[in-house]
Design a protein. Sequence first.
Length: 570
Amino acid sequence: MYFNNDGDKEVTYDAIVIGTGISGGWAAKELCEKGLKTLVLERGRMVRHVLDYPTASLDDWDFERRGAPKVSEMKSYAVQNRTGYTMNEASKHWWVNDVENPYTEKKRFDWIRGYHVGGRSIMWGRQSYRLSEMDFEANAKEGIAVDWPIRYGDLAPWYDHVERFAGISGKKEGLAQLPDGEFLPPMDLTCVEEEFRKKIADRYTDRLVTIGRVANLSQAHNGRGQCQYRNRCIRGCPFGAYFSSNASTLPAAEATGNMTLRPNSIVNSIIFDEKKNKAVGVRIIDAETNETKEYFARVIFSCASTLGSTFILLNSTSGRFPNGFGNDSGSLGRNLMDHHFRCGAEGTYDGFEDQYHKGRRPNGIYIPRFRNIDEKTKQKDFLRGYGYQGGASRQNWMRGIKELDMALGKDFKEALLQPGPWKMGITGFGECLPYEDNRVTLNQELRDKWGQPTLTIDAEFKANEMAMREDIKIAAAEMLEATGFKDIKVFDDGSWPGLAIHEMGTARMGRDPKTSVLNGWNQVHAATNVFVTDGSCMTSSACQNPSLTYMALTARAANHAAEELKKGNL
């Protein structure tokens, strides 16, 4: 039964893209530029670049309570506030209402979400790293989970492609475990970070310090402005100085004249035609009217985020797929991964009292993985590895506010006029192995605001990740001590899946339809005109921030889809 009254012509397209975040924006751009009439569906509200960034140019003193959120609002954002930094007056409008969008945690899982045009591409951390050959080979070599159906060589030209368009600033370092890319000029290190880099190079042969590879423009690029070092990225950038769907890919798609964007469109399920043995469209709920509609296309890209796409697939049942769309293997919803972080070390540095740093650089240092690279660096306590992110800066006058622990009077006033000592912290981001019992399932009992079933999430970090965290702390402290830092403190603030906002897996790529959902082109094995290119497709997590890989996988899949459509294979 079709619920639209507009007729097939008005609701039929060459392609449908579900989601407008990092993956959805790329799918829209690539498909539209290849001439496909493309319907782009976003479950949240419209957000126009520049026009709909309400806090982008406000100063801290423009907010009540200097930006602290109202206590009365916290119940509605209880999960979104778990990060400790996302929920404030400057950015609260980007995060979902947890009461209207509930889920069930069997173990703690921090599902941090943003439902609007652009999705989390507006609020992401922008660290942009390639996966390496060793990352794509690791599962096969170690007998973990299933083998990736692709290798680095398959994705390398697509990394080039997306980096050239998005604009990634960084420094080439020649490391096999962190391949170089097509970079804009790197941002500068502070004087203490530069000193740290030199001393690490002097004392270690297996590691180095580099500036973060970040999707903030170090110079004007593709019609977008250079980063102004305001470090207000999470509010939306009116200069377009960092990569987001709103500033980059969606305008490119719109410029072709081939895109139809429909916000407030919650995709409920994919429609499968058993006679044609293929997907023919999607069913949506209008978020404002609750009306159900159907749209049709020859090819469908699900880019709704890891758990968003998995919900849609699980909820798309039929006689052919009684357990969820494409779930012949039973692996849909399983192998949920995220990076673990929030542990490392910090210390102070004597010297450089006559130097300070200018601006608020929206970036930090990166120490690439140096564990389990080869036999010399092989660890007996854990598999895989981690990288460090962090930075050094001078403490400011606010150091004297806490409990007024400085002397009062003249000494206090003089101290306020002087910056404090240099301080540096480094935090590890570690790989999580794919575990079959880390999974999500549909909960038919708990319903959301629109009457849909919700997700139950049962995931945890296990012994391998816990052992890795111990090494992260020890190695961080050792490096700071070896390079002359003092008052070194090790920290572990706890980490739970979801908190890094790098959730991955649950609809993994693989070589065998019996053990995976997607093939090497991100196509559902059993319905090849459906592509899934967000984080749900990941077969392993590596330790690098994953968004650049989503971009490359999406561009590659869109190119393949267009070629297959021309050949009549879809």
